[in-house]
Design a protein around this ligand. Structure first.
Ligand SMILES: *Cc1c(COP(=O)(O)O)cnc(C)c1O
Length: 355
């Protein structure tokens, strides 16, 4: 079965086999070697300086990393502006609400790009705002939100960005050097090709210095300081770490995130062009989309469940639209061990079932 849902991904044999390594106690030096290598590789992936940036690991799915980042990095006397244009932006609002973090929202329709003039106006109208939270790749629609343009708006107003990069880290450009990004939250089992159970926040060390402590298990500053001392507060998902470090070695061997970006871009275009030739249009213009996942309009007269079940019978798991979009669209991700012949077979399956 090939997984074309947005994580967990189809594993490579190399990563799958890494799960079969020796049993490991998380209080032994072998585990801390694993933890050190994983953290070092995560920082190196985007050529970051480990003196300035820390990769903080935690056990959980991508949402754990987003929650840890939001709960820690908006200071007690800070205020968060949340850019919403899909399910995951709305999730950050739920997190901020639950932790009683002062926040306001710039809400958009799910199909819309962030409106920079509205965001700038919201920041100008409320100078108590210290941070902007944004989703890099809004997996709801496949839209890649323009971090660079948003960073300019934020930098001009001395506001820092907290980025949900869960479905972009490892395959899309992230400009850490620009200076406005304080942290990016992500996970092992999307563009990095690991298994679920390990998540992480890439955070500027000076932002950790003023971090709040609102959560016990996901406390980012505590996790960071213990990991710096080759320690861990709790039992981590050891096997997920085995897979993550192997996936990072494999990514490095393949040429890093830029190579992965190129590979995804080719697969996404192959799928887009092939579906367009069969009368199935992508929902957003390709230049506004990530290379990771695209949303497509359901063919006329075919319900999602029909399409899903027919493709599953042929070995492909696709993904539904969320909320109100479930009747209109389906999504195809090209993360994981997916190659051009797989997309060819997927397109041939569409031919069979549209006949
Ligand atoms: C997948 C995803 C998440 C996290 O989902 P989990 O199910 O917790 O892994 C968060 N944000 C975005 C943009 C995602 O695509």
């Amino acid at each position: 079965m090939l997984l074309m849902n947005p994580g967990p991904v189809t594993l490579t044999e190399r990563v799958r086999n890494s799960l079969l390594q020796t049993d490991l106690c998380h209080r032994e030096s072998e585990f801390f070697d694993l933890q050190d290598e994983t953290r070092a590789r995560l920082v190196k992936l985007y050529d970051l300086d480990p003196a300035q940036w820390s990769a903080v690991l935690m056990t959980g799915s991508g949402t754990a990393a987003v929650e840890s980042m939001i709960a820690a990095l908006v200071p007690e006397d800070g205020k968060l502006l949340i850019v919403e244009n899909g399910v995951y932006g709305e999730r950050i609002t739920q997190i901020a609400t639950q932790y009683r973090i002062a926040h306001s929202i710039v809400k958009h329709e799910w199909m819309q790009a962030p409106d920079l003039s509205r965001i700038a106006a919201a920041l100008d109208a409320d100078t108590s705002i210290t941070h902007v939270a944004v989703i890099h790749h809004e997996t709801t629609t496949g839209r890649l939100n323009d971090l660079k343009a948003l960073a300019e708006v934020c930098r001009a107003r001395n506001v820092e960005m907290l980025v949900d990069g869960v479905s972009s880290f490892g395959a899309e450009e992230i400009d850490f050097a620009e200076g406005t990004i304080a942290a990016v939250a992500a996970t092992a089992n999307k563009c990095l090709h690991g298994v679920p159970g390990a998540a992480f926040v890439i955070v500027r060390r000076d932002a950790l210095a003023s971090a709040a402590s609102r959560t016990y298990y996901l406390g980012l500053a505590r996790l960071a300081s213990l990991q710096d001392q080759r320690n861990t507060p709790f039992t981590p998902s050891v096997h997920a770490y085995y897979a993550l470090v192997e996936a990072l070695r494999e990514l490095d061997d393949e040429g890093g995130w830029k190579t992965r970006h190129g590979r995804y871009a080719a697969l996404a275009e192959q799928a887009r062009a092939g579906l367009a030739a069969r009368g199935i249009d992508s929902v957003l213009p390709p230049q506004e989309c990530s290379v990771v996942l695209r949303a497509y309009r359901l063919p006329k007269g075919i319900a999602y469940e029909q399409l899903h079940d027919a493709l599953k019978a042929r070995g492909f798991v696709i993904y539904a639209g969320q909320g109100g979009l479930s009747k209109e669209l389906f999504r195809i991700s090209t993360m994981g061990a997916i190659h051009a012949p797989d997309i060819e077979r997927l397109l041939a399956s569409f031919d069979e079932l549209m006949r």
